[in-house]
Design a protein around this ligand. Structure first.
Ligand SMILES: [Zn+2]
Length: 204
């Protein structure tokens, strides 16, 4: 868990590789739905374009459907979920949680990172002008497509999502904390440094 731009997707991937877990990203599951034009896609798209959070019922339905595929033998690591207390309670009731990793970064860093994100309009590859720079600022290295900003990555939408995160997501940590599941990590440093502190805290 952590605010947008804290690097939780990247950290989840690294940890999943190290521990041979299945990495589930709520963002990726949403994007798959959008690309496959599923029934939920149009609803999700409207909400996301608006910079709002997708309602609980939809998120839970999507997560449950994905987890029912059971392609995770040794367990999974999920990022982007839960986002509020209701989702956290649902999650605690439904699955055995070993640990919750909280990656903290200051708001300025979050906003700076998110505003430098780009993605390829043709193949969908993600770039970041700070960390994963393309050869040329507006062209995809892989397919030559045009690099664009996500429509929900404006300063205003980011601030709204940060506010949602602080008021709705962050308080769920208390719920996990009560069960002593939470490890706190500083995410303001490099990807490697953050990964290193996560492994240290988890003693792996
Ligand atoms: Zn591309």
């Amino acid at each position: 868990m952590g605010p947008q731009g804290c690097g939780k997707g990247t950290q989840a991937k690294l940890l999943a590789d190290k521990l041979e877990l299945t990495h589930l990203s709520v963002g990726d599951i949403f994007r798959w739905n959008l690309q496959s034009h599923t029934k939920l896609a149009a609803r999700i798209k409207r909400i996301m374009d608006d910079g709002q959070l997708v309602p609980d019922e939809i998120v839970e339905e999507i997560i449950q459907t994905r987890l029912q595929q059971h392609d995770w033998n040794y367990g999974f690591i999920i990022d982007g979920f839960p986002r509020n207390s209701e989702q956290a309670e649902f999650f605690l009731e439904s699955y055995d949680v070993d640990a919750v990793i909280h990656i903290d970064v200051p708001d300025e860093v979050t906003i700076e990172r998110a505003l430098s994100r780009r993605h390829c309009a043709s193949c969908g590859l993600d770039y970041n002008l700070m960390y994963h720079r393309p050869e040329s600022e507006d062209t995809c290295d892989v397919c030559g497509g045009q690099l664009v900003t996500r429509r929900d990555d404006t300063q205003e939408a980011l601030e709204r999502r940060l506010h949602d995160y602080r008021t709705r997501t962050l308080p769920t940590l208390e719920l996990f904390q009560r069960k002593e599941l939470v490890v706190h990590v500083d995410g303001a440093g490099s990807v490697e440094a953050t990964h290193h502190s996560i492994c240290e805290r988890l003693r792996i």
